[in-house]
Design a protein around this ligand. Sequence first.
Ligand SMILES: [Zn+2]
Length: 172
Amino acid sequence: MTRDEAIVASLAGVSGLALAALYVFPPARWFGWDETWGSTSRADLARPPGPMERLRIRWAGRVADAVRDEFGATSVNSWYRNPELNDAIGGSPTSFHMTGLGMDLQPASGSSEDWARYLHTRTDLPLDEVIWYGHKSHVHISVAPGFAPGKREFLYAYDPGDGSTKYSTWTP
Ligand SMILES: [Zn+2]
């Protein structure tokens, strides 16, 4: 093996380990990989996240851990969605769910409004958008990528009575 070949081989070994770590270690203190993807309605279309999505899911995991720390038991309604799945279930074509940075979390205790109120106080978290659903009881959280400060947009979603979803800006 030449010197260059040895360097290439060791780099491949290091990146292989880093990649393996991305799959083996859970994405957050309170959440496992199996909770970050999948679909109960269209399981046939769900695909596991790739390495880039896993990096973003880990980043979003900080925020998921923060609400879990504060409110206890929390279930994941939807987190990463591959584009085919997102399209099939009527997700927005620009949904953060497709990047791994969007999460729909369901409080087991406390209301979705309590969650929004709490997240509003957490100015240290990279929040892009928080939507709490009055009629569905989950909270959608989009996390700003990298170290960019998020938009910190807070919305309240409700059913005006005709089965549709309306959104209005919200402050505690
Ligand atoms: Zn969502």
